[in-house]
Unconditional design. Sequence first.
Length: 200
Amino acid sequence: MPLPSWFTRPEVAAILGESYPPRHRQGVCIWFTGLSGAGKSTTAEILSVLLLEHGRQSTMLDGDVVRTNLSKGLGFSKEDRDANILRIGFVAAEVVRHGGVAICAAVSPYRETRDQVRAMMDAEHFIEVFVDTPLEVCESRDVKGMYAAARRGAIKNFTGIDDPYEAPVKPEIALDTTHATAEENARRIVSLLSERGFVR
């Protein structure tokens, strides 16, 4: 709410306004989680375009891209996966702290690690998006052949095959990608962000 003119000088009000911006100028993290091939990155990319239409630029932190840059050298043990997710979370928290929108799309299979990321920022500014796609659907979309390789034993510790995926208990939003398109799901997220005041 703008400060009334009788309360303080306009110059002071302007400085205070920058320190405590309205919700639509505050930072928020949209954290996509789900199995490999669930549709996280596809939905996230559409969401970034829709947010631009609402006047909000975003920073995309895709799990695969981060692994080749920020987390180069990490393997796929539980410890390395946790380290990767916490690195993404740290960068996202900095983006949010500076009033930006961080869109993160990573398998992030472990519930405890996702909760650690949530704790890095104000809980109200963390939107967990569960891309709830069944394993058999993810396998049918597997253009890279990762699931097939994991089934053969060529890839070890593959989430959903020989390593567990811990689904969120209370995500802010769960998406069905078998009956809804990626664009429809992205619009659902925009509606939620609008309800919470993060977009106008």
